[in-house]
Design a protein around this ligand. Structure first.
Ligand code: ATP
Ligand code: MG
Length: 258
């Protein structure tokens, strides 16, 4: 059975999408069958693969309102093991449109469940909020991977996120576990960056991935070429760091989570 991993943090710009794209691509490069779901109405994961959202007839929104199936929406990528479910700005309205619908927080879970036989990993890129869409993602997931940017306010908001995870465990998904906290955008020349790593490790101990993602310009350039970083410049430090993260995630899947 495939493992479903949500990439979530309600804080904006911490590296969720960069992680979703490059973790998925790195797992696919290791010949794991991966489905990457873009549930963020901003659609950055979708465009990061060079997919023109305007040209798509159907997307995840149509699954939410019951007008399409995941198998019809998914798109193949340049990596043979990796498929993607594209997002749309229309997802912003889905919550309101679905008011009164029973179990509307389980729409994604129901859609994803039959796909667990086809994929070894299903990765979900969440929006920067703890609203309806993130609730759907966390209800559908086995684990949550939390990117944390190595900057001064890094820990701010983490308590709120972990409380939300606990509430979802109590109400919707008792099986939800933490995959790990991922330190992102580490700048070796910046003292604060080192201090944040120490503080997060002291606080969360073995919940933190050994891999730390460096601040690396190649990672920010790759999406404008419509490619994950391993296809843009595999020798860059950014690419190597995501390959190393993928190895940790594969080990977690083999051994059970940390
Ligand atoms: P949002 O909350 O808006 O969805 P996000 O958490 O998905 O944002 P990203 O889009 O992945 O964050 O990253 C924010 C910006 O930082 C982007 O421009 C991205 O290219 C850049 N970025 C992310 N990770 C790195 C990195 N390790 N090195 C350099 N730039 C990075
Ligand atoms: Mg994003």
């Amino acid at each position: 059975m495939g493992k479903v991993i949500a990439i979530a943090n309600q804080k904006g710009g911490v590296g969720k999408t960069t992680t979703a794209i490059n973790l998925s691509a790195s797992l696919a490069a290791a010949e794991k069958r991966v489905l990457l779901i873009d549930i963020d109405p901003q659609g950055n994961t979708t465009s990061g693969f060079g997919i023109d959202r305007e040209s798509l007839q159907i997307n995840l929104y149509h699954q939410f309102i019951g007008e399409a199936q995941m198998s019809d929406i998914r798109i193949k990528t340049m990596l043979s093991c990796l498929d993607i479910i594209p997002s749309s700005i229309d997802l912003i309205g889905a919550e309101v449109e679905l008011i009164g619908r029973d179990n509307r927080e389980r729409i994604l879970e129901r859609a994803v469940s039959p796909l667990k036989n086809e994929y070894e990993f299903i990765i979900i890129d969440c929006p920067p909020s703890l609203g309806f869409l993130t609730l759907n993602a966390l209800t559908a997931s086995d684990t949550v991977l939390i990117p944390v940017q190595c900057e001064y306010y890094a820990m701010e908001g983490l308590g709120l996120l972990l409380n939300t995870v606990r509430r979802i465990q109590q109400s919707f998904n008792p099986y939800l576990r933490i995959e790990g906290i991922l330190l992102t955008m580490h700048d070796v020349r910046n003292n604060i960056s080192h201090q944040v790593i120490e503080e997060v490790r002291r606080h969360f101990e073995d919940k933190v991935f050994e891999t730390v993602i460096p601040r690396n310009v190649t990672l920010s350039e790759a999406p404008s070429h419509g490619k994950p970083v391993i296809l843009y410049d595999v020798r860059s430090r950014g690419a190597q760091s995501y390959l190393s993260l993928a190895k940790e995630v594969m080990d977690n899947a083999k051994n059970g989570v940390r």
